[in-house]
Ligand binder design. Sequence first.
Ligand SMILES: Cc1ncc(COP(=O)(O)O)c(C=O)c1O
Length: 385
Amino acid sequence: MMKTQSKEKSVNSLLSGGGTAIPLFKVFMPKSVLEPLNEVLMSGYIGEGPKVKEFEQQLGPWFGNENVLGLNSGTSALQLALRLANVGVGDEVISTAMTCTATNEPIMAMGAKIVWADIDPWTGNIDPADVEKKITPKTRAIMCVHWGGYPCELAALNAIAKKHGIKVIEDAAHAFSGEYHGTRIGSHSDFSCFSFQAIKHMTTVDGGALTCRCKDDLERGRLLRWYGIDRTSNRKDFRCEADILEYGYKFHMNDVAATMGLEQLKYVGETVAKHRANAAAYDKAFANLESIQTLRHDRQHNGAYWLYTLRAKDPHAFMAYMKEKQIVASAVHARNDTHTMFQDFRTKLPGVDEFVSEQVSIPVGWWLTEQDRNRIIEAVSGYRA
Ligand SMILES: Cc1ncc(COP(=O)(O)O)c(C=O)c1O
């Protein structure tokens, strides 16, 4: 018992910075995963098998797209999407700097060049008008990220892609269950990439999913996620005789992760609803503050609110102030374009400059009690810069 308590304390301090602070993230893991996990672990089959298939089949209706591949991470989903989009050495991919580096490192891994497009400083999402300006004959794909789970302007991005014969890849790592014009993220573009990493709305410890618009991409992706080998081929000697047409990766999900995912799916609707309810309360409470401004979210869309980002005058002072109040606040992701690894692609991004000079996220998740939420509202409302 004592051991469990001290473990919990140290985990808490990892996520919350210590003490009794309200954490910015928390792992959602229902005890009900234990029974099915035990079963699959002892079943004699823990690789990619029936559980992955079942998980994909259940994810289909969530995404409004039955073309789903279960993968071992969101990063793998991004790299697989780039490969399926035929992005190769010397090609250009238009992307956003305002994200986790996991969005952009796979572009480097394909040997492609990143062309940064600016963002809307009031949503954190890529600006379609700037995307259009950056198109060249070498552009193969547009990569967009739904910042905090609020949908990008998908109609505009897809119209540009269609006009120029290129692909749209959505990094939907923050956006599980986010809705664009009333339709869930996962069916609007050529590819949508999801993450089930530890602190996402739902977790398989590590894991991801890719949705494809086209069946052909799904079938090719199914081969490429496991070395290019057709696992379904019914050969005499296991899979040894199967010819491999093109090289692939080790990106598949396994049955242990999928078992967790299947159990998590039972709760995720409720989880996302709690994130949204907290975000709605903040929007109302922070509408008329002097040192804090809310982002400008069009109510036609329904964000997933993995993050609740606001704009604070002097965000570092704000974070320190929140720390004093025992509430964790963070910028979460640093702009990517200033990293040395991306130095060849630098360009002027005034929208990113503006966003990073003020953006900061506060706890918004399912773990907040009413008392926590009120404490956060009171603290934010009392901030003066
Ligand atoms: C925006 C974004 N894209 C991609 C990823 C990568 O996902 P994963 O950790 O599942 O590889 C993350 C991170 O967790 C993320 O926040």
